[in-house]
Ligand binder design. Structure first.
Ligand code: SAM
Length: 282
């Protein structure tokens, strides 16, 4: 008998991965967490039935969420990661010797524990001495922070459950305050393709523009996320995402599988229909 994991991406579309073994299933205070061994994608972590990470394509998401801001602003020293319990974002950040401290605020300790046990590929650097883990709600964590971070990365679930408050204007404003005067914030912008994710893209983008003077969107290919076309927001107080610093990134000799400085520039060049979605509500 064949075993399949199926994500109901919307009422008309399902995405399935053939499973070798169901390795873990558990319910935390916040959400249901599962880990599968798959045939085509290595280990797969899901939360509430939604794909978070697969070993085969996580590099795309984690490289694009971290190297884009680090290339645009090479002197980043202090970083806050909100969510990101699988550890993939922290793994990429720890490759920069110049980063001095990384605070990671994950609401659900179980996601971290399970990732450490089953998905070493993403969680391997969570014990780096520069990383401080807080098991708290990221929404509360940023409330009283002022002028502390060069970079905030919101590596969150979709805007449902505990992740919902990570998509509000109040949260974005608190992140703005927590950033230094030339700080950058990267956030989930979902996808332009299907209605559900497009609505979230529009909402997030609209709210961000009320808070940050520079609000740009960049894209990448994520085979296991709905439509495979995914977006992050690059929101900044002063620094443009495409600037002269990017060239210097190549001198760092960081080995990447997806990110390079051409992709960096190209990822901000959006298809016409995406430009329309974003510009419509300017
Ligand atoms: N790459 C993933 C994706 O987009 O599918 C995101 C991965 S990461 C596992 C998302 C994490 O955000 C989850 O572990 C979840 O517990 C965490 N999270 C959700 N809401 C949060 C909140 N309010 N504060 C801190 N962490 C939160």
């Amino acid at each position: 008998m064949e075993l399949w994991f199926t994500e109901n991406q919307n009422e008309n579309v399902r995405f399935g991965i053939k499973i070798k073994k169901h390795l873990y299933s558990g319910q935390s205070e916040f959400q249901k967490i599962d880990v599968f061994e798959t045939f085509g994608f290595g280990k797969l972590l899901t939360i509430d039935g939604i794909i978070m990470v697969t070993e085969k394509d996580e590099f795309i998401y984690h490289e694009m969420i971290s190297h884009v801001p680090l290339a645009a602003k090479p002197d980043i020293k202090s970083v806050l990661v909100i969510g990101g319990g699988d550890g993939g974002t922290v793994r990429e950040l720890t490759r920069y010797k110049t980063i001095q401290n990384i605070d990671m605020v994950e609401i659900d300790k179980l996601v971290v524990d399970i990732s450490k046990e089953y998905i070493k590929q993403t969680s391997e650097n969570l014990d780096d001495s520069r990383v401080k883990l807080y098991y708290e709600d990221g929404i509360e964590f940023v409330k009283n922070k002022v002028n502390e971070y060069d970079l905030i990365i919101v590596d969150s679930t979709d805007p449902i459950g505990p992740g919902e408050g990570l998509f509000t204007e109040e949260f974005y404003q608190n992140c703005y305050n927590a950033l230094k005067s030339d700080g950058i914030m990267i956030n989930q912008n979902e996808s332009p393709y299907y209605d559900k994710e497009r609505r979230e893209l529009v909402r997030a983008n609209k709210k961000m523009k009320k808070v940050f003077p520079i609000v740009e969107v960049y894209q990448f290919h994520m085979p296991t996320y709905p439509s495979g076309h995914w977006l992050f927001g690059f929101n900044s107080k002063k620094i443009n995402p495409i600037n002269d610093s990017i060239k210097k990134w190549n001198n760092l000799n960081i080995n990447t599988k997806y990110y390079n400085t051409e992709i960096h520039k190209g990822s901000f060049m959006l298809p016409n229909y995406v430009k329309e979605i974003i510009n419509d509500e300017k």
